[in-house]
Write a protein that binds this ligand. Structure first.
Ligand SMILES: N[C@@H](CCC(=O)N[C@@H](CS)C(=O)NCC(=O)O)C(=O)O
Length: 193
């Protein structure tokens, strides 16, 4: 089944773009412009009525939400090793991604103190290992995209998050991440400062 990713460069969809490079499957991208309000236009709303990226078209079926898209790719391409196969580790991946989507993602809207509070919590949750689940997984990809956004935004950000900083460095060294950044920066970022 063909894979088509609707993305906007540098936005939440970047996580799914990274995962597509990690699994190594052929895919097509369709880039939507925030400036042109393409997310709100009927052709895209017919695919995802929420008007949000990422939207991953699998054949003709849209998969939405970062967590949904990442879980789909990890399970369809198990050989890529993006999700441990035991039920407890899988539940921990879902738990991390729910926390990222519901707590970390909306934090900016609630002010700087709140941002510091939730990212300090993420740092503590990470523990001493290299990766969120103790080995590389879709949870790290999801976490990295939001941290990348904060590191590359012009606003002040919480300092002293050593585990997150080192996860960021490990992620930046991955070819899938480098390729995604190369493609998306080439398309042009349209992100708020
Ligand atoms: N909860 C969603 C959030 C997705 C989201 O907020 N996408 C933003 C870009 S980061 C978007 O498509 N915004 C377009 C709009 O609202 O018009 C997820 O995890 O995928």
């Amino acid at each position: 089944m063909t894979l088509t990713l609707y993305l906007s460069p540098g936005s939440s969809s970047m996580a799914v773009h990274i995962a597509l490079h990690e699994v190594g499957a052929p895919f097509e991208i369709k880039s939507l412009s925030f400036h042109e309000k393409e997310h709100r236009q009927p052709p895209f709303l017919a695919i995802n009525p929420a008007g949000k990226v990422p939207t991953l078209l699998v054949g003709g079926t849209p998969v939405t939400e970062v967590a949904g898209c990442l879980l789909y790719l990890a399970k369809r391409f198990p050989e890529a090793g993006l999700l441990p196969s035991d039920p407890l580790a899988e539940a921990q991946a879902v738990s991390w991604m729910s926390f990222i989507a519901s707590t970390l993602h909306p934090a900016r809207r609630l002010g700087e103190d709140h941002v510091t509070e939730v990212w300090t919590l993420a740092e503590r949750k990470l523990g001493a290992g290299d990766w969120a689940l103790g080995r590389y997984s879709i949870a790290d990809i999801h976490l990295f995209r939001l941290y990348w956004r904060m590191v590359n935004a012009s606003r002040p950000r919480p300092q002293g998050l050593k585990r997150l900083d080192s996860l960021y460095e490990r992620m930046m060294a991955r070819p899938a991440v480098q390729r995604t950044i190369e493609i998306e920066s080439g398309l042009g970022y349209e992100l708020p400062p």
